[in-house]
Ligand binder design. Structure first.
Ligand SMILES: [Zn+2]
Length: 293
């Protein structure tokens, strides 16, 4: 054979070897791309997620549509090769914001302080001073005859933001009066309150809490009784007043006291401190009724 033929044969042989090498490289590359599922590329991961989504309930249709589009580029057997979804899906922990207990807004318990039978030139003044100092609004169920004597105290109480309510003119037992008498007791007192405070009252409290259908039928005003009876008029002892409050007080309670006894004024600071300590918020009788309606 001549040199030319050998050269052609050698070249062909070399080309064959190069071709084989290329083929091997190419096929190994394909194999790796298609079958190396232990370290899947992004497309494979998305495809697998899409595959999972076809099984589970879909919740984000837009995202799943994109993933399903990606999935069309991956042969199904590749997807089915994958057994452990957690290998590929990064599970993001959802940290829910936790409310701190002291940040929870608690509805405060409500309590109404009410004072009957005044105004009194000394005791009511003392009580107004304590209430002002503690920034507390109370309700005064006044007697018309006392309003006539001390209108300036009613004026001052109203100016401080307290509620003025009707407790009759002469502290008569309404159940023993005629309709006309009841009306007179209430209306004269309403006028006296209006004259002193510039405002007509909305509420009344029948003396002794004595009432019946006849009494109720004489007025459109709302009657307000009490839920905590301090008996302050009877024992005249500040410690006992506080003890009765502690024993009977409840949310939405109405405390009955009398602003005509100096011992009641003396008990007030301790009563208020106890109620504040027990997390009560002070409201007027009208505010309390509004909250309950
Ligand atoms: Zn009374």
């Amino acid at each position: 054979m001549n040199k030319k033929i050998w050269a052609i044969v050698a070249m062909l042989g070399l080309m064959y070897i190069v071709f084989l090498q290329m083929d091997i490289e190419a096929s190994s590359q394909i194999q790796e791309k298609e079958l190396n599922l232990k370290q899947p590329n992004l497309t494979q991961q998305l495809a697998f997620i899409a595959f999972l989504n076809t099984i589970d309930d879909a919740h984000d249709t837009k995202l799943i549509a994109i993933r399903q589009h990606e999935a069309t580029h991956i042969p199904l057997y590749n997807l089915q090769e994958i057994r452990k979804p957690t290998d590929f899906i990064i599970q993001q922990e959802i940290v829910e914001p936790q409310e701190k207990p002291d940040e929870v807004v608690r509805e405060k318990k409500k309590i109404a302080l009410t004072f009957d039978d005044g105004p009194h030139p000394v005791v009511t003044e003392k009580i107004l001073a304590v209430l002002l100092q503690n920034d507390i609004k109370a309700t005064f169920f006044v007697l018309g005859q006392n309003v006539g004597k001390y209108p300036q105290i009613v004026h001052q109480a109203a100016k401080q933001g307290h509620e003025i309510a009707n407790h009759s003119w002469s502290h008569a037992n309404f159940t023993k009066l005629s309709g006309t008498q009841i009306t007179a007791e209430l209306e004269q007192t309403n006028e006296a309150i209006y004259k002193a405070s510039g405002k007509y009252p909305n509420l009344y409290r029948p003396p002794y809490g004595a009432t019946n259908a006849n009494v109720r039928g004489q007025t459109s005003m709302e009657a307000v009784m009490w839920s905590v009876d301090t008996m302050d008029w009877k024992h005249r002892t500040p410690e006992k007043t506080l003890a009765y409050v502690k024993e009977q007080v409840k949310d939405n309670g109405i405390i009955l006291m009398h602003d005509i006894h100096s011992e009641t004024a003396d008990s007030l600071e301790a009563v208020i401190n106890y109620l504040i300590e027990q997390d009560y918020e002070f409201v007027t009788a009208s505010e309390l009724l509004k909250l309950q309606s």
